[in-house]
Design a protein around this ligand. Structure first.
Ligand code: GLU
Ligand code: MG
Length: 437
């Protein structure tokens, strides 16, 4: 069969979906200069392809400009068309970046952080997903046999991640039935978020070619473990020196990292509407499920919203370079650009306010009395997307976190999505989201 290579330019949008337009590869140079046309309302397409409401209607035009630095060209060696795409930025027709472009949103947050504090954020995303095509076997958590039953899939994923420059670090047969996880190397925050988008597409691309059915949805089955997106974060100064670690502090967090973490945790009950933005997300964010249910900082605690991660403890080890914190209250229904962007904005607010490092919670916050929780300054995260959206709308700094026309569009998008699942059972909600993430 004769085929012309097609290059897609894509954005990751409010629904956390990767969408865009394509052109023949022969037009690459021209398209790098002029981009492809896009419209405002495309951002309001929800994860099921519906547009329940839009602030923009059919009006207006945007340009989606490909960034050649993100170009992916991955041949799977099976005779299928290679995957070819580039991530893009959304601009208004006069060349100004569009407020609601999520890549711009993250980039501008990182620029503010850098210019005010001199800090560069280093990040790494971990991704969990379910492989619906995997032959099921009880008790196969972390087992070699589960990887073996994966057949060519794990190796094809690693090939695709490497070929796409996503720098895979580990691939593992996670705890849940048919659940896998992969991690990639840390990188400057913008690269890390780009990579998160590319990496999930590589998993889907490998799965498609092998006839498998994968889902990154936060909860594919109400009874099983959820799929988290965990984001590791640390800071470097302008000279590239690690500045998140301070061994003289009780929790080893430097003052600036402590304020950043405090800024996130303080806003988390509202912000979780953005980091865990689906109705299914709240089936995952419950106590005792190794995700997070409170806005707490935890020392090596896998149920904390932010976990202080272990580092090397051998004599002479470079502890400061390895030191990082892990945000665990997020999932793949959110665009990585948006998810990391709002963490940066909230953390930067914490630095501006000069917040003190929160006291790490050393016991189960769910087992504490209300007064104990108040002493630690922790509260239960919203138990539904509806409640999280209410909190976001009521937050006095919601307009700082999601500036310009962004907040209104986001709330409208998510309220429409909620409407579409109202009255469904938890199983049906898992199925609906499982099909599209
Ligand atoms: N599956 C868990 C989650 O939903 C995370 C398990 C782990 O610690 O890796 O976040
Ligand atoms: Mg995991």
């Amino acid at each position: 069969m004769h085929r012309v290579p097609l290059i897609m330019v894509v954005t990751s949008d409010l629904a956390g979906q990767v969408r865009g337009k394509g052109f023949p590869a022969s037009e690459r140079d021209e398209r790098l200069l002029k981009g492809v046309g896009y419209t405002f309302t495309n951002h309001m397409i929800n994860c099921w392809g519906q547009i329940p409401a839009t602030p923009w209607g059919p009006l207006g035009d945007l340009v989606l400009m490909p960034d050649a630095a993100t170009a992916v060209e991955v041949d799977f060696g099976d005779g299928s068309m290679a995957e070819r795409f580039m991530l893009g930025d959304l601009f208004r027709m006069d060349g100004a970046p569009w407020d609601c472009c999520l890549r711009h949103y993250l980039r501008s947050a990182l620029r503010e952080l850098e210019s005010e504090t001199g800090l560069q954020l280093i990040a790494a995303f971990e991704h969990e997903f379910h492989d619906g095509g995997l032959e099921k076997r009880e008790g196969d958590s972390y087992s070699l046999d589960k990887v073996r039953r994966g057949g060519d899939f794990p190796g094809a994923v690693l090939h695709a991640l490497q070929a796409a420059g996503a720098e895979p670090e580990t691939f593992l047969p996670e705890f849940g039935r048919s659940q896998f996880e992969f991690t990639v190397k840390p990188a400057p925050a913008m690269v890390a978020a780009d990579r998160a988008i590319i990496a999930r597409e590589m998993v889907r691309a490998a799965a498609r070619r092998l006839g498998r059915d994968v889902s990154f949805s936060p909860q594919v089955d109400p009874a099983g473990p959820g799929n988290g997106v965990h984001i590791h974060m640390s800071f470097q100064d302008r000279e590239g020196r690690p500045v998140s670690h301070d061994p003289t502090q009780p929790s080893n967090l430097s003052g600036v990292m402590g304020s950043f973490v405090a800024g996130i945790l303080k806003r988390l009950p509202a912000m979780v509407a953005v980091t865990a933005p689906s109705a299914a997300s709240y089936q995952r964010l419950k106590p005792h499920s190794w995700s997070s249910a409170y806005n707490n900082l935890g020392w090596r605690d896998r149920e904390a919203a932010i976990r202080i991660c272990p580092g090397p403890e051998t004599p002479g080890a470079d502890v400061a370079s390895a030191f990082n914190v892990e945000f665990r209250a997020g999932d793949a229904a959110a665009s990585p650009w948006l998810q990391l962007g709002i963490l940066v904005r909230a953390g930067l607010e914490g630095i501006r306010e000069g917040l003190a490092t929160p006291q790490p919670v050393s016991s189960d916050p769910d087992a504490m009395s209300d007064s104990e929780r108040r002493r630690y300054g922790v509260e239960r995260l919203p138990v539904s997307l509806g409640e999280a959206l209410d909190r976001l709308e009521r937050a006095s700094d919601a307009g700082t976190l999601l500036p310009g026309e962004f907040l209104e569009a986001y709330i409208m998008h998510k309220r429409g999505e909620l409407e579409a699942v109202s009255g469904l059972t938890p199983e049906e909600i898992c199925r609906r989201y499982g099909d599209v993430y």
